[in-house]
Design a protein around this ligand. Structure first.
Ligand code: MBD
Ligand code: FE
Length: 298
């Protein structure tokens, strides 16, 4: 790094917020996640309606709460910091995506889903069920099996189904977005068997806090809101000719259920893993959950 670029780097450039934000921004730019693409056709009428309503919401907040120049200036600086830290994907997915997901869910048949979030990655390990996710030799955490079957809404087993899965380690860190876990850790795309069945061996994830050293976390704490998400497993369930299911699974008894900073937990998505009784070295305390997924034909 040159002296010039050193001087232009902000003091937070090596923070957890920036480590996560830069990569999430890069992924969002590609627009690949969930096969939705990154653009929408511009219809002047709709632009005026939707953008107009969004701006009016902010203007109403200014009027109703007599926002001062000092506060307006702080807002400007906060927005600039969101860009500087690459936190737009984080901020948008934490505070707005759940409303977009409700709009999408209103027309989707099959299993209940929830938001994608900012931490999906392309190019992960392709595995055949039964599969063990890539992990460190000494990967900490409770060994966990997630198993089930993917069917269509008419009950047909979907032989070509894949379960793209990613979650934090037992300390709450995502590979690819935090310094500690190695690339690809606890991520994979699992191909189901000829009956659409899958069995995935992994470790139970931990609750997650959004970075507290970036503008999204600072805004959250300034308002006195909890920055935590309950522990969760992200899933994209796909099958040729079927609408992709974007989902997450949570755990009974998690202290953050019902108080998810991303408002993405749903009662239908809670797992209650049970002991398997596996006594093999390293698998003591292993738990298992069974969960089927139903996809809507396209
Ligand atoms: C996450 O892990 C997540 O899933 C979402 C939606 C937002 C922030 C962090
Ligand atoms: Fe997540």
């Amino acid at each position: 790094m040159t002296t010039t670029s050193d001087q232009s780097v902000s003091p937070t450039s090596t923070s957890a917020a920036v480590t996560a934000g830069a990569h999430a921004t890069e992924i969002a730019r590609k627009g690949l996640s969930n096969q939705r693409g990154g653009s929408a056709t511009v219809d002047q009428q709709r632009a005026a309606t939707v953008i107009g309503a969004a701006l009016e919401g902010i203007r109403a907040a200014i009027r109703d709460h007599k926002v001062t120049y000092e506060e307006f200036d702080a807002f400007k600086q906060w927005l600039i910091a969101v860009s500087d830290t690459g936190e737009w994907p984080l901020f948008l997915d934490v505070y707005l995506e759940f409303e977009v997901e409700k709009v999408a869910a209103a027309t989707q048949q099959g299993s209940v889903g929830t938001i994608l979030g900012p931490f999906w990655l392309d190019g992960q390990a392709q595995l055949d069920s039964p599969a063990t996710l890539p992990m460190r030799d000494d990967e900490p955490g409770t060994p966990m099996i997630l198993a089930g079957q993917v069917t269509a809404t008419d009950g047909t087993p979907l032989a070509g189904a894949k379960v793209d899965i990613w979650h934090t380690d037992s300390d709450g860190w995502y590979s690819g977005f935090a310094a500690k876990p190695p690339a690809g850790n606890l991520r994979g795309v699992v191909r189901c068997d000829d009956q659409g069945r899958f069995e995935i061996h992994t470790r139970k994830p931990a609750p997650y806090t959004i970075p507290l050293d970036g503008p999204t976390g600072q805004m959250t704490q300034a308002a006195g809101w909890s920055p935590w998400r309950p522990a969760h497993i992200h899933l994209l369930v796909t099958a040729p000719g079927h609408r992709t299911l974007t989902s997450q699974l949570f755990f009974t008894g998690d202290p953050y259920l019902g108080n998810d900073v991303a408002s993405a937990d749903k009662p239908e998505l809670t797992l209650d893993p049970q002991p398997t009784g596996n006594a093999s070295p390293g698998f003591e305390g292993e738990v298992r959950s069974d969960r089927d997924f139903v996809l809507e034909p396209e």
